[in-house]
Design a protein around this ligand. Structure first.
Ligand code: THU
Length: 160
């Protein structure tokens, strides 16, 4: 028997330590939580994406009385960005979440389905997407989506 260990590298920052572009993106994600439609969970998520061409797209989660029909903020933002600019890679994604009257303290982390969708964009453009996960205590930065989804299934997996 052999063992393999997979590490995830997370850089931890305060808001003030981040550069202007990253602060702006986090602020856009935070602004978006007020536009969430989350009457069922009360969990308001905002996601903001900066493309390589400087365009910024932001979105919030949209719930539905038929629960699985709703969609997370990250996927709405990513699908919309890719739909508008199918030839432009994504540079950075920032996520924030607000519940019970405040932004969550520990950095918000995307669900498994969102990780898979984010990975598709990263591999599609062969360009790492910097991930910023906002919390009031601190901010996690990951160098790419792969850090969030080790042992992933991707297009190269289809070759067998
Ligand atoms: N949600 C997101 O929008 N993004 C995440 O990263 C986690 C979960 C949404 C889905 C649902 O509307 C609510 O948060 C509770 O799961």
């Amino acid at each position: 028997m052999q063992k393999k260990t997979i590490e995830t590298n997370i850089e931890i920052y305060s808001f003030e330590e981040l550069d202007n572009a990253k602060q702006t993106l986090i602020n856009k994600a935070k602004e978006q939580v007020s536009k969430a439609y989350a009457p069922y969970s009360g969990f308001h998520v905002g996601a903001a994406i900066e493309l390589e061409n400087g365009e910024i797209f932001a979105a919030s989660n949209q719930e539905n009385s038929a629960y699985p029909s709703g969609l997370c903020a990250e996927r709405i933002a990513m699908f919309f960005a890719n739909a508008q600019y199918p030839d432009v890679a994504v540079k950075t994604l920032a996520i924030a979440a607000y519940t019970n009257g405040e932004f969550i303290a520990d950095p918000v982390t995307p669900c498994g389905s969102c990780r898979q969708v984010l990975l598709e964009t990263e591999t599609r453009f062969e360009k790492d997407i910097t991930i910023l996960l906002y919390g009031t205590k601190n901010i996690f930065q990951l160098e790419n989506v792969k850090q969030l989804l080790p042992l992933c299934f991707e297009k190269s997996s289809l070759k067998g």
